[in-house]
Design a binder for this molecule. Sequence first.
Ligand code: HEM
Length: 320
Amino acid sequence: MAGHSWDRVPIDAQSIEAPLSRAAVFLVVEVVDGDAALGSVRAALGGIDDLIKTVGFRDLDARLSCIVAIGSALWDRLGFPARPAELRPFSPIQGTAHDAPSTPGDLLFHIRAERVDLCFELERLLLDTLGEAVRVIDETSGFRYFDARDLLGFVDGTANPAGQDIPQAALVGDEDRAFAGGSYVVTQKYLHDLAAWKVIGADRQEKIIGRTKVDNIELDDDAAARKSHKSLATIVDAQGAEHDILRDNMPFGSPGRREFGTYFIGYSRRLWVIEKMLERMFVGEPAGAYDQLLDFSTARTGTTFFAPSRSTLARLADGA
Ligand code: HEM
């Protein structure tokens, strides 16, 4: 968006711009009742930077990072004097054929590194620090699959904003100054029916995704009756401006358990943009013409968080 004054906003964002890694852990926890638990959470939030250094320094080339994001209910419990303008719980969607459930989560830790063991170690030490204060709701270990493909075989992440376009898409700016540098985060854990996906063949798969499979070329489906995933996930506002988000989806799974999934994670400057994408995917555009990716992908979780800037995170930790 031309003329936007993003560069005047003091930015001390968490490591949201970290590039796609080889490994990631998505850890979602619930904070148990009581002030003691809140005290432990504050201590863990205050110590997270040191913990990342402690583990990350053992192999700097592995670029360990961890983003902490906070759910709407915990935000209130932490007693911060203000709230990010759009922070609200994930709103479940009942689509024509498929549903997007809303599931609990007070804290999300998005851990990334080039090495699985660094992710593991950071998570282990983090959960030691949090102790009895939290209950683990979900823990998913993701991995890079060849040239950043999802388990459906398509390159995932191509249309992401890059470089200096990232803040514009993913970080709150002037519109909510107290929370500038923060980011809304939505996660959904999807399980795929790979056998059914295989049966339909590459030609139909490409029409569903909106890109070719081998060489990842975008397909024009403006005239198609049924829009592809990439077109349903393209959001243009009433002024004609397109709104991007930053995704860092990761495959996960266990062939032995016949479990094949995609962990969707989207960072956005505006929560409504991700909500709109979900509505277009599940309800359809026009209504009923839902995203056919969902015929092969079932959303098992759905949770919304806010990843505050580093300075806001420090204030939350202090209880100030
Ligand atoms: C089963 C889960 C999902 C899979 C496997 C998946 C896969 C893909 C693939 C292969 C592409 C095309 C390449 C690219 O640009 O990345 C894509 C594009 C995209 N997806 Fe997804 N996706 C999933 C869920 C979602 C969800 C839940 C959202 C948003 C709420 C989303 C938002 C987007 C966006 C914004 C694009 C780029 C559209 C453009 O070309 O501008 N995706 N996705």
